[in-house]
Design a protein around this ligand. Structure first.
Ligand SMILES: CC(C)(COP(=O)(O)OP(=O)(O)OC[C@H]1O[C@@H](n2cnc3c(N)ncnc32)[C@H](O)[C@@H]1OP(=O)(O)O)[C@@H](O)C(=O)NCCC(=O)NCCS
Length: 167
């Protein structure tokens, strides 16, 4: 039995214990499940293309690595419901063909430098780079490079002010 199967069997055992045991057990398992759903990030595409630094808070961010790499450096913080997307389908192709073919080597790489704060609901489209210590305001759609130490907001995200960093 491989590791995934063992983990799946363990989870099933714990769940059935909760279900057989008591109403409280079932409720606390359900709460645990919901809590984890809301804080679990997800990588869609090859996981080796997602490079995450130390002390990164990911919340429930969706990382799509289908058409490029995603590099998130030390201390980056994501709010909830962010998406970091490299995935690209050839828009010149008709429907079903477009749907089937993801451009694996489209180089839609994304780099998020050290100390960046990506506020809730932000969407980042590759290729782009977000500079050190910058902040992306809630609900922004980033479609191009953002320099370091600035606040960028809106769709498409534009720089609205320089940030003075104080220790
Ligand atoms: C990052 C953030 C805190 C910046 O706030 P701030 O430093 O007080 O920014 P300011 O109020 O000085 O805004 C500067 C300008 O950008 C605008 N702006 C600020 N945030 C904006 C946003 N998310 N979308 C669009 N415009 C925004 C302001 O209206 C202001 O425009 P003006 O100069 O024309 O008046 C804020 O943008 C934000 O995203 N808040 C939500 C944080 C969040 O997601 N928290 C939970 C998860 S951790």
């Amino acid at each position: 039995m491989n590791t995934k199967s063992r983990v799946a069997r363990y989870i099933l055992n714990v769940l059935s214990w909760g279900i057989n045991n008591s109403k409280e057990g079932r409720e606390s398992l359900f709460r645990l499940f919901l809590d984890n759903l809301s804080v679990t990030s997800y990588c869609h595409g090859p996981s080796e293309r997602l490079i995450i630094g130390e002390r990164v808070s990911r919340a429930n961010t969706l990382f799509n690595t289908r058409s490029g790499t995603i590099t998130v450096k030390t201390g980056v913080m994501f709010g909830h419901n962010c998406m970091v997307l490299t995935g690209y389908h050839d828009i010149s192709k008709p429907g079903e063909t477009r749907k089937r073919v993801t451009l694996e080597n489209a180089e839609r790489n994304i780099v998020i430098e050290e100390g960046v704060w990506i506020a809730s609901g932000t969407i980042i489209l590759g290729p782009c780079k977000i500079g050190k210590n910058s902040v992306i305001g809630s609900g922004a759609v980033v479609v191009s490079d953002i320099p370091e130490q600035v606040l960028a907001v809106g769709n498409p995200a534009r720089v609205v002010k320089k940030i003075e960093i104080s220790e």
